[in-house]
Design a protein around this ligand. Sequence first.
Ligand code: FER
Length: 230
Amino acid sequence: MVKEKYFSNTTGVDRYCYVYLPPDYVPTKKYPIIYVLHGIGGTEDEWIQYGSPKEIVDNLINQKLIQPVILVFPNGRAMNPDSVPQDMFSPTAQAAFANFENDLFKDLIPFIEKKYSVYGVREYRGICGLSMGGGQALNIGLGNPDMFAWVGAFSPAPNTDVNKFKVNSPKKQLIWILCGESDFLLSISEKTHQFLLENKIPHIYKTMQGAHDWPVWKEGLRSFLQEIFR
Ligand code: FER
């Protein structure tokens, strides 16, 4: 994992993210890329600390279950100062999660996709996340089908806003949602699934045994990646 620092014009301060490079990364090849978002109390560290993404993705690639892929773990809360607010549910914190969309498009994607060897087109770009980050992935992914072909949400949170989805887009997307059956936010996944059905938007919706917790989110990353490269 490489820790990267980039200047954000959106917040006016430096921001950080982690980058996962596949085992045989060479800058002479091009790679697909996926942005992986954390939950309401996390930062760019959260997935690395609790989700073992390097082990998960190294294994999938080494077993030839997926193609080599680059993963980026941003800080999904775009604010100044860039810290975890005392009240994670405060309007300021909520606004920072929404503001991340600006940082992502104007600052992070340009920085990352200049530095690393990626295709740089929607067909090879994805976004996914857990809980608060799952809501962001749906809002940003389905709101910008011209930017993302792959969208994954693991236990998406109440920040999920179907009004942000571009329901009439001709661009095809792989939309993949997973939630634990005893997750206290299961109703959000159910409602989103219903909305996508009613609007005839193809998607995959799965539940599994589990709560609002890492076993579900790690399985989410593992399964979403395999669905993409099926
Ligand atoms: C909420 C309950 C949970 C909410 C967000 C969350 C925006 C997020 C939880 C997480 O990220 O783990 O009412 O509102």
